[in-house]
Design a protein around this ligand. Sequence first.
Ligand SMILES: [Zn+2]
Length: 75
Amino acid sequence: MNHTCPRCHRALYDRHLKACGYCDTPIPEDRQYAPHQIAELDQTLAELNMQRWQQEVDADRRRNHIVIFADGGSV
Ligand SMILES: [Zn+2]
């Protein structure tokens, strides 16, 4: 499905919009996201955020380990 504005062809960045955020053209229903797609996207986004958070935590842990080794030399 093509989630772009029929007039300016920009991506519909907000899936809840009923009109284009750039040129205010009403979005035909077949270009709007269906409720189940919105649910899927929300799920994907939540998983991505969780992964990103986990990566940051892991990176912090690695940094802290490096600091401990560099400072004290003790394990
Ligand atoms: Zn537009």
